[in-house]
Design a protein around this ligand. Structure first.
Ligand code: SF4
Ligand code: SF4
Length: 241
């Protein structure tokens, strides 16, 4: 085994042990060197991590987002930031550089409606899941009932197998459900723009309206999360469906 391979294997194991003892439900490693909009250009590797949403609260989305969901959304975002901070510090203690950006950005910018770096990019490259017809990350274990964050680093590790195609099949549950008709029904493949999948403006306006109804200052809808059959599997496993 070469020295580099030995270091890479050791760091991957150390990270697995550390992240496994934190708040993450799912995580993976990726090479981001082919992504031009990295927020830290010198950090070419990524760790994608997800925290699952409370299954009972996800189920309540059937009736549309309420205060409970917006609270959960904010709380999980805070937990993600703490998680990313801990993992970044751990990496720095190993002698490498690391940084992260907040878990959500798009709804904070009503003009552009897209994030500088979508965390979904790192998630698919890490092998965690694919992009559903609703433009959300879909994982086999939790469906879309999770939120994600990325840690950027120059630490070497063993990267996952990128997911490059959709596992949505013929399903159109999110498209049939979406109240403003924002889901176009197109199956994702790697490199596809979000706009091909989703009328972002329609989704945003509806989400903002629902968010304001649920509690001032929130821009969340999320109803397509609960109808996804991959999410339903998670809810059934948890005994709430
Ligand atoms: S979040 Fe709401 S508006 Fe946006 S695609 Fe899903 S169901 Fe439609
Ligand atoms: S509801 Fe169906 S089409 Fe929509 S993201 Fe889930 S699997 Fe894909």
């Amino acid at each position: 085994m070469s020295d580099l391979k030995r270091v890479t294997t050791r760091i991957t194991e150390e990270l697995d042990n550390f992240i496994g003892g934190c708040d993450a439900a799912i995580w993976g490693y990726c090479d981001l060197s082919g992504i031009t909009n990295r927020p830290f250009p010198e950090l070419r590797n990524g760790i994608s991590m997800g925290i699952k949403l409370n299954p009972k609260i996800v189920l309540s989305l059937k009736e549309g987002p309420g205060e409970e969901y917006t609270r959960e959304y904010d709380e999980v975002n805070s937990r993600l930031a703490v998680l990313a901070g801990k993992v970044s510090e751990f990496i720095k203690d190993l002698g490498y550089d690391a940084g992260f950006i907040p878990p959500t950005q798009s709804l904070n910018d009503p003009e552009r409606l897209f994030a500088d770096f979508p965390h979904k990019t790192a998630a698919t490259l890490s092998g965690l899941g694919w992009i559903g017809k609703n433009a959300l990350l879909v994982t086999k274990k939790y469906g879309s009932a999770l939120r994600i964050i990325t840690v950027f680093t120059d630490a070497p590790f063993t990267t996952g197998e990128p997911v490059i195609k959709s596992y949505c099949g013929d399903c159109r549950s999110c498209m049939d459900l979406c109240p403003p008709g924002a889901v176009r029904g197109v199956k994702w493949s790697q490199g596809m723009s979000r706009e091909k999948l989703l009328d972002t403006r329609r989704c945003f306006e509806y989400s903002r309206k629902m968010g304001y109804e649920a509690g001032p200052g929130h821009g969340v809808c999320g109803r397509c999360i609960v109808v996804c059959p991959w999410t339903e599997k998670y809810l059934k496993r948890e005994g709430v469906l």
